[in-house]
Design a protein around this ligand. Structure first.
Ligand code: ATP
Ligand code: ZN
Ligand code: MG
Length: 302
C-alpha cells in the first residue's frame, strides 16, 4: 500500500472524508468542515481591511461564458458539462430500455446551458464587465465556489469537486501585481500561524497538448503564476495549496473590462485550495483536532 492510499484510508476511517465509490469525489465529515470554516475566518481576518466585494456563485456557470472564456482551448481534459434528458415520452421509453439493457443511455443526453465551474473566478469577469467601467479605485472581489475538474486520482489532495476561495483584483498593472504580492506575503504568514511549512515557486497551468507546452513555458518565463506549496502526500513533490495568478490584460481584453478612464484593466487572482489546506493541517497536526498544537488551535478558533 502506498502513502497516498494509506492517508486516504485513514481519512475515510476517521470519518473526515466519506467514500462515494468515485476517486476524487468525497463527502465531508463535520470535523473536516469545521476546519475549513475556521480557516476561511482566518482568511477573512487578513482580507478584512481591503473592502473586497463578496460574491458567491453556485458551482455551475453560464455555458456561453464558459465557451467565450477559451477553457476548451486550454484545458479540454478537465472540463465538466451538465447534460440532461430533453426528450418526449417515446424517447423516455427508449431511455429506460437502454438503461435496462445496460447500454450507454448517456449518449442521448443534451447539453444544458450550464457548465461546472472550473475555477471560482470564471463567472466573475463577464459579470463585472456587464456593469460597465470599473470604479476609479479598480475592483476587488471575494469569491468561494465548489469547482469541478475531471482529474480522478487516489491522492486525497486531487479531488474532482473541491472548494476554491479566491480574491480577484482588477486595475492597473501596478495595482494588480501589488495585490498579488500582498497575498503572497499574507499566504506565508497565514500558513505560519497554523504551523504549516511552505515553499513558494513559479508554476504553470496544465495546458493541453503540444501547443500547450509553449503556453506553459511562456507562463513560467514571464512569472505569471506562483504557487504556495505544502508537503501533504509527498515531501519530494509538495502540493499547491494556493496560487497567485497575473493575467496581464488578457481577461480585460477578452471580457471588455475597462478602468474608469476607459483603458483595458489588468487582472490577477489569488486562490486558496480549501480541501488541500485542511488536508495539510490533518497531515501535519494529526487527525484529532483536539490534539493540535495550542497556537494552531488559537489561530483557527481563538
Ligand atoms: P495542480 O498543479 O496541483 O493541479 P493547479 O495549478 O491546477 O494545481 P489552480 O488552477 O491554480 O491549481 O487552482 C487554485 C487552487 O485550487 C490550487 O492552488 C489548489 O490549492 C486548488 N486545487 C486545484 N486543483 C485541485 C484539485 N484537483 N483538488 C483539490 N484542490 C485543487
Ligand atoms: Zn482565478
Ligand atoms: Mg491542476
Amino acid at each position: 500500500m502506498d502513502m497516498q492510499t494509506s492517508f486516504l484510508d485513514r481519512l475515510f476511517e476517521s470519518g473526515l472524508l466519506i467514500e462515494t465509490g468515485v476517486d476524487g469525489l468525497y463527502g465531508r465529515g463535520g470535523r473536516f468542515e469545521d476546519v475549513i470554516a475556521a480557516f476561511e475566518r482566518l482568511i477573512d481576518r487578513y482580507g478584512a481591511g481591503d473592502g473586497a466585494e463578496a460574491i458567491r456563485f453556485p458551482p455551475g456557470m453560464n455555458r456561453a461564458y464558459f465557451e467565450k472564456s477559451g477553457y476548451m482551448k486550454s484545458f479540454p481534459q478537465l472540463a465538466g458539462t451538465v447534460h440532461s434528458f430533453c426528450g418526449n415520452e417515446l424517447d423516455h421509453i427508449g431511455l429506460l430500455k437502454c438503461m435496462d439493457a445496460d447500454e450507454d443511455w448517456t449518449a442521448e443526453q443534451k447539453a444544458t446551458d450550464i457548465v461546472l465551474t472550473p475555477a471560482a473566478c470564471y463567472p466573475l469577469y463577464p459579470t463585472i464587465a456587464k456593469r460597465g467601467n470599473l470604479p476609479e479605485k479598480g475592483g476587488l472581489y471575494d469569491l468561494q465556489s465548489y469547482c469541478f475538474r475531471h482529474e480522478p486520482s487516489n491522492d486525497p489532495a486531487r479531488q474532482q469537486l473541491f472548494r476554491m476561495r479566491e480574491y480577484v483584483c482588477m486595475g492597473s498593472q501596478e495595482q494588480v501585481t501589488d495585490f498579488r504580492q500582498t497575498w503572497m506575503d499574507r499566504g506565508q504568514k497565514i500558513m505560519a500561524e497554523v504551523g504549516l511549512p511552505v515553499e513558494i515557486d513559479v508554476a504553470n497551468d496544465p495546458f493541453f497538448g503540444r501547443a500547450g507546452k509553449m503556453l506553459a513555458n511562456n507562463q513560467r518565463d514571464q512569472n505569471l503564476k506562483f504557487e504556495l506549496l505544502i508537503p501533504i502526500t509527498s515531501v519530494a513533490k509538495p502540493t499547491a495549496c494556493m496560487s497567485f495568478n497575473y493575467h496581464q490584460d488578457a481577461f480585460g481584453t477578452k471580457w471588455g473590462l475597462n478602468l474608469a478612464d476607459g483603458s483595458v484593466a489588468h487582472t490577477a487572482c489569488v486562490g486558496f485550495g480549501l480541501e488541500r489546506i485542511a488536508l495539510a493541517l490533518f497531515h501535519h497536526h494529526g487527525l484529532d483536532v483536539d490534539q493540535w498544537p495550542a497556537p494552531v488551535r488559537k489561530a483557527l478558533w481563538g
